[in-house]
Design a protein around this ligand. Structure first.
Ligand code: HMG
Length: 420
């Protein structure tokens, strides 16, 4: 019998400051409803130069090992998914290994493909364990990023920063992945990119949404074909997508999850065998079902709405938010997960929530992590955004958080604050 493989535990890290999006809207002369209702966002994390992708990754990973009492000698692989690393050569994962004093006998590497990089790392870890090559060892996968578009741009309200660390093992207390069912879709497009040497991304915003939806359709149909063949879902009184208890999406801004869900339903409505002859307009109306969105998607967006886009980590923030609020009720239920990275690649996979999910999530204490943050004014946010990357504030690291404290000859030194 195949052993289950998946996510045993997770942990999150966020910058110490955030800006309220109604404040930002007023400062930009925009109706606040555009950001709150139009994009579905409430708050946006603001990282200062000391809170780089290494500091955030190390903070999330250290919290994971500490709060879930993980013996580092269990680990055989450390993967960091990021598109905002700190060096073209030395990986973020090497920094994390050093800062956490992890064993030398591990595979350590970064994975990059825009926001899909974290899922690429997770799948490498899951399939390494499922293949038997891990020989009982576990993997640590960390998704870390700082989403930056620049002041006064259309992308500005869709920034954010943070990290999610995932422990992957044969004891999937949070999510047992359906290995072998996932569907992928990729193509060569210029929807979003960040040329070498730039901190701000360049984006063709409306086109990026089209690319996301097109890639989603391919990835979902690929998963559905395999899930139907394995009788995980079936064409019947309900659509295959409706047979998933919840569906988590990559969340660059919360409204995108609503658009994604409509697209996924449209795939089912268009492909359903023996479907009543309905017009394309009628199918589009059915696809938009508010009830379906509320039942399958809305409850996963609480953390995303308060942190913003975290590129590689956004899907896993949705997982954390969902299991934080509904872990107990969802035990034993199957979920779908859609990862998207610009450029572009999408992967749709599924997994079953573990019986220990609620107990594991109670240790993450996501409410306390958010409550420790400081709300700053738009002026303070703009000041931080204008700081050069090496202008390190003389702040001491926050409770159980790492912080970049020195840059000398491009060598980076980090310090850790004492536990809360
Ligand atoms: P925009 O052009 O400023 O906004 O940029 P808009 O005019 O499209 O309005 C946004 C929504 O607000 C619309 O709703 C408006 O109707 C509504 P929709 O029609 O889409 O449902 N609206 C209002 N609602 C209520 N009251 C009002 C009001 N006014 C307008 N008064 C855009 C929006 C998302 C394009 C921009 O923020 C952007 O470029 N963001 C960055 C790109 C992005 O996030 N793309 C998402 C897909 S690509 C992806 O996810 C990958 C990524 O994460 C990167 C990676 O992979 O590494 C980005």
């Amino acid at each position: 019998m195949k052993r289950p493989v998946g996510v045993e535990a997770l942990s999150i890290a966020v910058p110490r400051r955030y800006v309220d999006l109604e404040d930002l809207a007023r400062a930009r002369g925009v109706d606040p409803a555009k950001y709150t209702a139009g994009l579905g966002a409430r708050e946006m994390a603001v990282a200062d130069p000391g809170e780089d992708s290494v500091a955030l990754a190390a903070t999330a990973a250290a919290r994971l090992l500490r709060t879930h009492s993980v013996d580092p000698s269990r680990l055989g692989m450390l993967v960091v998914g990021t598109e905002t690393g700190v060096d073209h050569s030395k990986p973020v994962s090497s920094h994390v290994q050093g800062l956490l004093k992890l064993p030398r006998s591990m595979r350590v590497f970064d994975t990059q493909h825009a926001c899909y990089g974290g899922t690429a790392g997770l799948m490498a870890a899951v399939e390494w364990i499922a293949s038997g090559a891990a020989a009982g060892r576990s993997a640590l996968v960390v998704c870390t990023d700082i989403a930056r578009y620049g002041l006064n741009t259309a992308g500005e309200p869709t920034q954010g920063a943070g990290a999610v660390a995932l422990l992957v093992s044969e004891q999937p207390d949070l999510l047992a992945v359906d290995v072998g069912l996932s569907g992928a879709s990729s193509m060569d497009v210029y929807d979003f990119w960040r040329p070498l040497g730039r901190r701000e991304a360049v984006v063709d915003g409306h086109y990026s949404i089209q690319c996301y939806l097109e890639a989603l359709s391919g990835a979902y149909r690929g998963w559905r074909e395999r899930a139907l063949a394995h009788e995980v879902v079936r064409w019947g009184a309900t659509l295959p997508g409706e047979q998933l208890a919840r569906i988590l999406y990559h969340v660059p801004f919360c409204k995108m999850a609503r658009k994604a869900h409509t697209q996924l339903r449209l795939c089912d409505l268009e492909d359903a065998p023996n479907a009543p002859a309905t017009s394309a307009e009628a199918r589009e109306e059915l696809a938009k079902s508010a009830a379906s969105y509320e039942a399958q998607v809305a409850s996963s967006l609480t953390l995303n709405a308060r942190i913003g886009n975290v590129y590689t980590a956004s899907l896993y923030l949705a997982l954390a938010g969902l299991l934080h609020s509904e872990g107990a009720a969802l035990a034993g239920r199957r979920m779908g997960l859609l990862s998207y990275g610009s450029g572009c690649a999408a992967e749709f996979y599924s997994g079953v929530v573990g019986a220990q999910a609620a107990a594991r999530m109670a240790r993450v204490d996501a409410d306390a992590v958010l409550a420790r943050r400081e709300r700053i004014s738009v002026e303070e946010y703009e000041h931080i955004m204008r700081l050069p990357y090496d202008a390190l504030e003389s702040l001491s690291p926050g409770a159980d958080a790492f912080r970049l404290v020195e840059l000398r000859d491009h060598k980076r030194r980090y310090a850790e604050g004492s536990a809360a």
